[in-house]
Design a protein around this ligand. Structure first.
Ligand code: SF4
Ligand code: SF4
Length: 119
């Protein structure tokens, strides 16, 4: 069975993804492409597409939410993305995961969704 996030992507099209600008490649050692971000305040940037008046969808998200998705910059994704825990991946539900999925009409993950998923 494939990782449940690969057929979801809801959190990448639900939350504002904000982080310190020093996580971008504009700073020494920064990873996240600055070109995919926009300034949020003097210290923080946000992934383009994850805030504002339009429908939220990160510019780096590929595919269709709830069907098949991937992140264009997975290895360079910022800390908020690394901090997201899918429900039951580590033995407990996660309110953020459940909320994002609900926002896209998807049921919360269950422990059984991890059966057969390689660690
Ligand atoms: S909402 Fe949950 S299941 Fe969906 S991609 Fe995010 S962490 Fe994975
Ligand atoms: S950078 Fe990748 S993991 Fe983070 S919100 Fe965008 S698509 Fe999702």
């Amino acid at each position: 069975m494939s990782h449940p996030c690969l057929t979801c992507g809801a959190c990448c099209a639900y939350f504002r993804v904000a982080f310190h600008w020093a996580e971008t490649d504009a700073a020494p050692g920064g990873l996240t492409p600055e070109a995919l971000t926009e300034p949020l305040d003097p210290h923080r940037v946000a992934m383009r597409g994850t805030w504002g008046d339009t429908a939220i969808r990160c510019v780096a998200l590929r595919g269709e939410v709830g069907v098949a998705t991937s992140c264009d910059i997975y290895a360079q994704r910022p800390s908020p993305c690394r901090d997201v825990k899918a429900s039951w991946e580590y033995g407990a539900p996660d309110a953020h995961c459940d909320r994002a999925r609900a926002g896209h009409g998807l049921a919360p993950l269950q422990p059984s969704d991890w059966d057969g998923v390689a660690a």
